[in-house]
Design a protein around this ligand. Sequence first.
Ligand code: NGO
Length: 545
Amino acid sequence: MIPFNLNSAFRGTGWAVLHFSILMGVFSCTADPPTPKDLSKEHLIPKPVEVLATGSSFRLTEATGVYVQSPPAQADEVRQVGEYLAGKLRPATGFGLPVQNVDNAPPEGSIYLLLSEGDAELGEEGYELVITEELVKLSANAPAGLFRGLQTIRQLLPAAIEKSEVQPAPWEIATGTIRDYPSYAYRGAMLDVARHFFSVEDVKRFIEQIALYKLNVLHLHLTDDQGWRIEIKSWPKLTTHGGSTQVGGGQGGYFTQEDYAEIVRHAQDHYITIVPEIDMPGHTNAALASYPELNCDGKARELYTGIEVGFSTLCTDKEVTYQFVDDVVRELAALTPGPYFHIGGDESHVTEKDDYIFFINRVQDIVQTHGKQMVGWDEITLAELEEGSVAQFWANAEHAKAAVEQGVKVIMSPATKTYLDMQYDSTTTLGLHWAAYIEVDSAYIWDPATFVEGVSKDDILGIESPLWSETITNMDEIEYMVFPRLVGHAEIGWTPASERNWEEYKVRLGRHKARFEAMGIDYYPSALVPWAEAEVTSAGESSEQ
Ligand code: NGO
C-alpha cells in the first residue's frame, strides 16, 4: 500500500500546519513511519548490556550490500551468516542485498559483518554494533556473536521487516553503539514431542522463533510413556510400535534419523544446540510396550494414551536394559553434535530408590562412554554425579542444592516460573496448572541466581523453559503458550539482573505485538501488557507499517 501523504495535501497553509499534528494522530496508520533517531529508546528484547545513542539514522536502500570480512578459515561460515541476514531482509524490502567479501572498509550505505578476535568482554556470543549514517558495522569474536547481533539489527528495523511480501520503505535504523553479551551461557527452550508429536516443519519454525530472541538451546523431549519419537535402528519397534499413538489416541509419529539430522542442521544454522532427551528409567511405557524383555516380568505393556505420570520403569537389574540404553545412547549421540545428552530421570515413582541410584550411575557411564555430558531432571542428584554432569532443577530445591554440593552445574527450570504448559490464569483453556498459573509478569519477575537459596549465579549454567505437550496438539497452540512468556525468559537468560524491570520491560514487550503479527505468531494477548496497536519508533510517534 502506498501511504497517503497528508503532509503534501495540506502543505503551505497555516490551517494545515495547525491541524496537521492532530490529523496525524487520528490517521497515523496512513503515514510514513517517523525516522528513528534515538537508539537508546528502541524496544530491543533481550535488552542489550550497553547502548549509546548518537541521534541520527542509517537508511537501508536498493543500493545496500552486505559485506563480510573474516580470517580465511571462517570465511564460509561468516558468509553464511551474511546470507542469513540478507535472507531475512530481502522479502519485506524487496532489495537485492548482495552478500560480498571485502578486505577493507565497504562502501557507504552498507551493512558490514566483521569477525575479529580479541574483544574478551564479548566472549563467544557477544557482539558490537556500530551504526552511523554511513554504515551498519557488526563485529564479534565468533560467528555465533555475529548471528546474535543480526537479531538486534532485525529488531531495530520496523516490524514490517518480518513480513514475507514487499512493504513500503523507508527502512531506517537509529545510530549509535551497542555492546552486548549474555549473562548465562545456556538459554534454552524444551519441546515435548512425545505426548503429542510435532512435525519437522513445526520444530524448524520453533527454532527460527527462539533464535530471534537469542536463545541457544533446544531440548527435545523425545520419549515418554505415550510415545517414542526417535528412530533407533537397532531397536526398530520403539518407533513402529512405541511411536504409533499419542495422548488422546491419535496416530502419533516419529522422527527418522534423517529427520533428526535435518533438525540438527537447522538448529546449527541458527547457532542453537540440540539437547536430545531419552527419559528413563521412568516415563518409559512406550519402550516397555515395544519390547517385553525390558520389563521385570518379561511381559509387554499396553500402549498408553492418558496423562498420568510415574507408573512405568525399565527393569534396572536386567543386563538387557543396559544393552538397550547403550544402543540408544550410541545411535543418538552419534547424530548429535552438541555436548549434552539428557537422560530424564524424573518421577521414577515405581523404581526402588537404590535401584534408581544404581541405574543413573550406570547410565552416566554409558553417556560418557559415548562422549557426552549427562543432563537429567533434578532427581538425578540422588546419584553420584561426576564432573560435567548437569542437573535441571524443576521442582525440588533440595535436589538443586545437592547438585551444588556435588559440584555440578544447574539449569534453572522452576515449574512455577518457566513451565510453558502452565495456564496463564483460570480462564486459559490449554495447559495444566498443577504448579501455578503463570501470567506474563510472573514469568518475568524472578531471578535464577536468587530463586533457590544456596544456588548462586556461578552454580548456574543457564535457564530453560519446557513446553510439555499433554494438552498441546498443534503449532498455533505451541505459539500461544510460548509467546510471550518465553520472550521474557530469553531476557532473563541474556540481560543482567540489574537491568531488568517489569514496568519497563512490559512496554518494550508491547511493541513486539507488531513483530509477532508480521511473523504470523499466535500469542496470548495478556491484559497486563500495554500492547501497542501501532508500532512506536524511537522518534516517539506512532505509525503503522
Ligand atoms: C513434570 C513431569 C512431566 C510433565 C510435566 C507437566 C517433569 C520434569 N516431569 O515435569 O512429565 O509433563 O510436569 O507439567
